[in-house]
Write a protein that binds this ligand. Sequence first.
Ligand SMILES: Nc1ncnc2c1ncn2[C@@H]1O[C@H](COP(=O)(O)OP(=O)(O)OP(=O)(O)O)[C@@H](O)[C@H]1O
Length: 344
Amino acid sequence: MWGIDHARLHTTLKTQQWLPVGSRILIALSGGQDSVCLTRLLLDLQPHWQWFLTAVHCDHRWRADSAANANFVQVLAQQWHLPCEVVSAPEVPKTEAAARAWRYQVFETVAKALNCTHVVTAHTQSDRAESLLLHLLRGTSPDGLATLLPMRSLGSVQLVRPLLGMTRAETAAFCQTYGLPIWQDETNQNLDYRRNRLRLELIPYLQQHFNPNVEAVLAQTAELLASDRAYFEAEVDRLAPTVIREHPPALDRLRLRELPLALQRRLIQRFLRQHLKRGIDFSLIEAVRLLIAAGNGSQTSTLPGGCHLRVCGQWLEWVRSTAPPSESVPPHQGERSPPPPPLY
Ligand SMILES: Nc1ncnc2c1ncn2[C@@H]1O[C@H](COP(=O)(O)OP(=O)(O)OP(=O)(O)O)[C@@H](O)[C@H]1O
């Protein structure tokens, strides 16, 4: 029988058309409360939507109980008459980022092999709020705060996150109401990880002392920033050919000066990204802006991070970068290490 959560998801899917009638859907099922909740909801709505549902579980093999977790998911899927693919990592991923990259690769490969049109993950409103806060505290641009989009492409399939309207407390209540079994991931309680400290300490503090709906308002901010980002990306695509010269690489200082600051910064970032392998921080973009505003005399400047640019009349020309590309931070260790420099 449908409850209030079924009705809410049904209405959202009807309005958004994220998962049209008859879609072939691959459900990313970790076994945790969020993906168990999502799987049950989709199975219950399936007779109405006529979807073809399959689950996929990625066994990263990085904990002693990984195989038990995979087995839990297989048994649950069997009980629910849901076809389920379990894929084991060929080698244990060294970092959280490597694990994530492999997982999404698996989602895409399995989806293609099964002719699925959509992959769904069970990210919630709470995940979105946490990601926004994590990025904000680490330092990022407004575009970097537009986290966890409800829909994006994953190769040739669509990745959809239908649970962004539900909090983690709501998925827990759903699982409890319907007596659903849940795999408990012990590492979720480990306060060595920044995300766990945020989830277990900071968010409850903010809820108690600032706003009980803090997750909803943060997720709403991410949503608003996502639509702003889409707009600015389209504007940057449109303006880039008029401002960025490809050969030899240069920025048109006169054209840039005419544009609003928000676009100047984004176009400078686009230009730098074409030539720098490492992250681009705020101070670098601001240093380039000073050169855009500088007088017309010819000068070569060394900017933060060893990047050389030459003012040449109307043009700001790329000379070279002497800084080595930055190494990626292994997130399992990176969780405990100092945050990376703020990105613009
Ligand atoms: N091992 C797994 N197998 C299948 N699906 C998974 C697995 N781990 C995570 N997922 C899917 O991804 C969702 C989000 O999980 P989690 O928050 O752990 O990932 P994340 O790494 O923080 O998020 P993201 O993948 O967007 O970076 C889960 O609800 C589930 O749908």
